[in-house]
Design a protein around this ligand. Structure first.
Ligand code: NAD
Length: 513
């Protein structure tokens, strides 16, 4: 049995999944390409309707997918339903609203004097077949940010779920395939070599979500093929807690977004910079709140699941051990739960920059508290990171919070909340530095899914006045153009006279030839 085919809640075996061969990958891309042509010919409204039908299908299949997600992630069905399924139709409706703006053709106004009889439109056309490679932390909804806009724009897609969560990805692909035309949505299964084969298989663009090291490999492979890549990579989010915060709500919010999905969230709060003046109270309350959280499996809903895999558990344990050795105090947790890959919700106090838990992505239910003198120190240390996905400031002074949040080096800056904009289809999900240049969701997310096409139609019966031959009038015209560009009103009259002469000369040349 492969170590990938294990339920993380109790380490029971899961049925293995067949991996795709290089030929399977090629075939999936070819089929998607064939189906894509007819799909692109449908109107955006027709495509939107089909996508809404898929969303309904996903909602109707909630019990089935929550069971599969429970097997693959160890999370309770309630957690999976809340996180990945319950608002799917709302999400698709938001994608459609954003897509209508992003995909609308744009009429460009041209000067009738300079460009008589011409109409130019910038149209948005699908790139063709988009490869989508996903990680395991949200096995279904990780695809949402790219699969819906890619299809809405008229592309075919080939999905590659993580090798850790292949069954959930296959379920999503099946729901899409059931409502859409044959072959439009392809599925390939396997590890990194299959992801690499997908990039090499003739796709027109790649959307990658995953770790920084793999992201670099994907960027290189895409560059070799000269196709666009969208890279949504790791995070090490910071929260800045100021002395004037609403303490109970801040404790609850920081707990939520550090422990949600057992911290396996690219935008989990992993570092908290708290002003010394309130640090004792904050740490005490956060620790007690963390102790009350229930890790799956439980009778009834649990607050969080286990780590998804043994390798991730090992990373979390190593970082906590390193922090303890360097002087961090374990306020709560710090141990395995004893069931499957479960790890206790862990709060560490007295953390410093020399600790791995402050510098490296943890991706587990661990939050490192760093005590600071004031907001300026908090900001400086929060920004001292190779990552930059979300960042938040917690304060009652909203104006000051906004000003500080704008100085965070992140793609999503928040005041008194964190992370949750990931479920909003109309706001960009993006980062800076090693988090990668990808932009997911919103009307800004389309550059790697579509390309602009300039369409110019010329209804003028006359030749353009700058065509051959070059003569003295052309020289005068060029000088008049310069004057007009400098702002001379008189040059306009001169130009109007010259244009007529030029057109006459060009017609004469055409007649003579
Ligand atoms: P990973 O990089 O190990 O794997 C991600 C995917 O890439 C998997 O499907 C894997 O099979 C595939 N892959 C591996 N090697 C490949 C190669 N050479 N070419 C093509 N594909 C290849 O990441 P992971 O451990 O699955 O996911 C966790 C990471 O994802 C964390 O760093 C997390 O922060 C990040 N993440 C980021 C976002 C975001 O929006 N920024 C969202 C979710 C997760």
């Amino acid at each position: 049995m492969s170590e990938l085919d294990i339920c993380p809640a109790d380490e029971s075996p899961l049925p293995p999944v067949d991996y795709s061969s290089p030929d399977d990958v090629k075939r999936a891309v070819e089929q998607a390409r064939k189906a894509q042509r007819a799909w692109a010919e449908q109107s955006i409204g027709e495509r939107a309707e089909r996508l809404l039908a898929v969303a309904q299908r996903i909602l109707e299949g909630q019990d089935e997918i929550c069971r599969i997600l429970e097997q693959e992630t160890g999370r309770s069905p309630t957690e999976s339903r809340m996180t990945e399924i319950a608002t799917t139709a709302d999400y698709v409706k938001g994608v459609i609203r954003a897509g209508m703006k992003a995909l609308a053709p744009e009429r460009i106004k041209l000067s009738a004097l300079d460009f008589p009889g011409k109409k130019v439109v910038v149209e948005v056309v699908p790139r063709g077949v988009i490869g989508i490679i996903a990680p395991w932390n949200y096995p279904v909804s990780n695809f949402y940010k790219s699969v819906w806009p890619a299809l809405l724009a008229g592309n075919g897609v080939v999905l590659k779920p993580s090798e850790h969560t292949p069954r959930s990805g296959a379920w999503l692909a099946a729901q899409l395939a059931a409502e859409l035309q044959d072959g439009l949505v392809g599925l390939v299964q396997g590890e990194g070599d299959v992801g690499q084969a997908l990039i090499d298989s003739g796709i027109d663009s790649i959307v990658f979500t995953g770790s920084v090291p793999t992201g670099r490999r994907v960027a290189l492979a895409a560059a070799q093929r000269l196709i666009p890549s969208s890279l949504e990579l790791g995070g090490k989010d910071a929260a800045i807690v100021l002395a004037d915060c609403d303490m109970p709500r801040t404790v609850a919010g920081v707990l939520q977004w550090s422990m949600h999905n057992a911290g396996q969230n690219c935008a989990a709060i992993e570092r908290v910079y708290v002003e010394e003046a309130i640090a004792d109270g904050f740490v005490d309350k956060l620790g007690k709140a963390a102790q009350r959280l229930k890790v799956a499996p439980q009778d009834g809903p649990s607050d969080l699941g286990p780590l998804q895999n043994a390798a991730q558990l090992a990373i979390v344990e190593a970082q906590v051990t390193d922090a303890k050795e360097k002087g961090a105090r374990v306020v709560s947790g710090g141990e395995r739960t004893g069931r499957g890959f479960g790890y206790q919700p862990t709060v560490l106090d007295g953390c410093g920059d020399e600790m791995r838990v402050v510098r490296e992505e943890t991706f587990g239910p661990v939050v490192a508290v760093v005590r600071v003198k004031d907001a300026e120190e908090a900001l400086r240390r929060a920004n001292d990171s190779p990552y930059g996905l979300n960042g938040s400031v917690w304060t009652r002074n909203i104006e000051r919070g906004e000003a500080l949040a704008r100085r965070l080096e992140v793609g999503v800056a928040l005041v008194n909340n964190h992370s949750f904009t990931g479920i909003l289809p109309e706001t960009p999900w993006t980062g800076v530095k090693d988090t990668g240049p990808g932009i997911a969701a919103s009307r800004h997310a389309y550059t790697h899914l579509v390309r602009p096409r300039t369409l110019l139609v010329d209804r003028s019966k006359k030749p353009d006045p700058f065509w051959f031959p070059a003569n003295a009038d052309l020289e005068q015209m060029s000088l008049a153009l310069v004057e007009r560009n400098k702002g001379s009103f008189m040059a306009l009259f001169k130009l109007a006279g010259l244009l007529g002469k030029r057109v006459k000369a060009i017609r004469q040349r055409i007649a003579d030839s």
